[in-house]
Design a protein around this ligand. Structure first.
Ligand code: NDP
Length: 373
């Protein structure tokens, strides 16, 4: 019988530069990932063969139990490239018009939707109706109502909906969460999340509200929102927000450039965050508690994630985020594994409700209450 050792051997050759930490969240994560002849491989088709889709495809090559078996694309030349590069059979290749036929393809278990944000809702609902599990990139949709419709459609179809929250599987992030849960920071009092980069080409879909649903907030600010929740370990109960724009010609109506926003939590903790397309090298989390602190920079980039706490540097294994994410998602889908931080559709809807509230707070200038349950 093959064992978890095989996963670690394979991973150590590829995704993981193993150091020897006192506590190894990756090992903890993969404890239940026992590879035997009965372990099911997640056979995935990627929809949207763009920059991130390509990164995910490469990462899947190093997976222990996830396989790239199909594509859905509007660009025939990319399909030809991917067919030869990843040995994908023609029968597993679709376009945006005909992919509903995937329901008759027993060789595909799940579709990973990696297209512009505003397309996610309809595409995920079609995937669900085709009876396939859906993995969807962040932001899951362009507002909470659309996100909820996706959750409902997947429930009705009896398939799972998972959001591509790769940080939920990142070992240094999980170590900070473990320390917080163990009380090592004491009572959590404050979180700061700074997320941004200077965006280039003004003609790209990210700067077209019809395709993106918003600007930096949908794209990168969502990391600070999601991070505030998993670092503090509570749901925010109110939000205030302020917007500035250095370049209204590039950042048109419906595209936020820079938003500062603040959260309050029932415990009394607060958070102060920044989402921007105006500043580079902005990728930093800071958590403060009554007994200690954690600081991470970079905190959500592709890695390596670096940081320290009041106890010393974070030194967990360096992983390829998407490799670990996909194998963990295989375990969630097939083995019912519960991840340390959820990645289900409901988790995505919470972030969308917060984004809706941030936009409302910007518009009204008022404190907006949140009830995320
Ligand atoms: P890209 O522009 O690089 O790729 C998007 C792909 O979507 C295109 O290549 C194209 O693929 C397809 N597409 C279909 N319709 C359109 C359209 N009208 N305009 C543009 N593309 C279209 O974007 P990214 O890969 O960077 O982002 C895709 C999604 O992934 C977004 O939701 C983004 O937020 C998310 N993302 C997540 C990251 C993470 O770390 N989790 C990082 C980066 C992005 P084809 O030609 O095959 O049809």
């Amino acid at each position: 019988m093959k064992t978890r050792r095989i996963f670690l051997q394979k991973a150590s050759l590829s995704a993981i530069a193993l150091s020897v930490p006192a506590f190894n969240p990756l090992a903890a994560m993969t404890d239940s990932l026992t590879l035997s002849k009965d372990t099911k491989t997640l056979r995935v088709a990627i929809m949207g063969l763009g920059s991130y889709g390509t990164r995910v495809a490469e990462a899947i090559q190093k997976c222990a139990r996830t396989k790239l078996v199909g594509v859905i694309s509007g660009t025939p030349s990319k399909v030809e490239d991917w067919k030869s590069k990843y040995n994908i059979p023609a029968k597993n290749c679709y376009n945006y018009e005909n992919f509903d036929a995937i329901k008759d393809n027993p060789d595909i278990d799940a579709v990973y939707v990696i297209t512009p944000n505003a397309q996610h809702k309809d595409q995920v609902i079609r995937v669900a109706k085709a009876g396939k599990h859906a993995i969807c990139e962040k932001p899951m949709a362009v507002n909470a109502a659309d996100g909820q419709a996706m959750v409902d459609a997947c429930k009705a179809a009896g398939v799972q909906l998972l959001i591509g929250y790769r940080m939920h599987f990142e070992p240094n992030t999980l170590e900070v969460i473990r320390m917080r849960k163990a009380g090592e920071f004491g009572d959590i009092r404050f979180f700061q999340g700074l997320c941004g980069f200077v965006i280039g080409d003004p003609t790209q879909w990210r700067l077209n509200p019809a395709l993106s649903g918003g600007g930096a907030m949908m794209d990168i600010g969502i990391y600070a929102i999601n991070g505030a929740r998993y670092m503090i370990g509570e749901e925010p109960i109110w939000v205030t927000a302020q917007e500035t724009k250095s370049n209204p010609d590039k950042f048109i109506e419906g595209i936020d450039e820079t938003i500062t926003f603040q959260f309050g939590f029932a415990s009394g903790a607060t958070a102060s965050c920044l989402s921007t397309y105006y500043m580079n090298n902005l990728d930093k989390f800071y958590l403060n508690g009554s007994k200690g602190w954690a600081e991470m920079q970079p905190s959500t980039g592709y890695g390596p994630i670096k940081g320290e706490t009041h106890k010393g540097p974070l030194s967990e294994p360096i992983v390829t985020h998407q490799t670990v994410q996909m194998d963990e998602m295989a375990a969630i889908i097939f083995d019912g594994k519960k991840p340390e931080v959820p990645v289900n559709g409901e988790e995505g809807v919470k972030d969308m409700k917060i984004i809706d509230a941030i936009f409302k707070a910007v518009k009204t200038g008022e404190k907006v209450s949140l009830n995320l349950g």
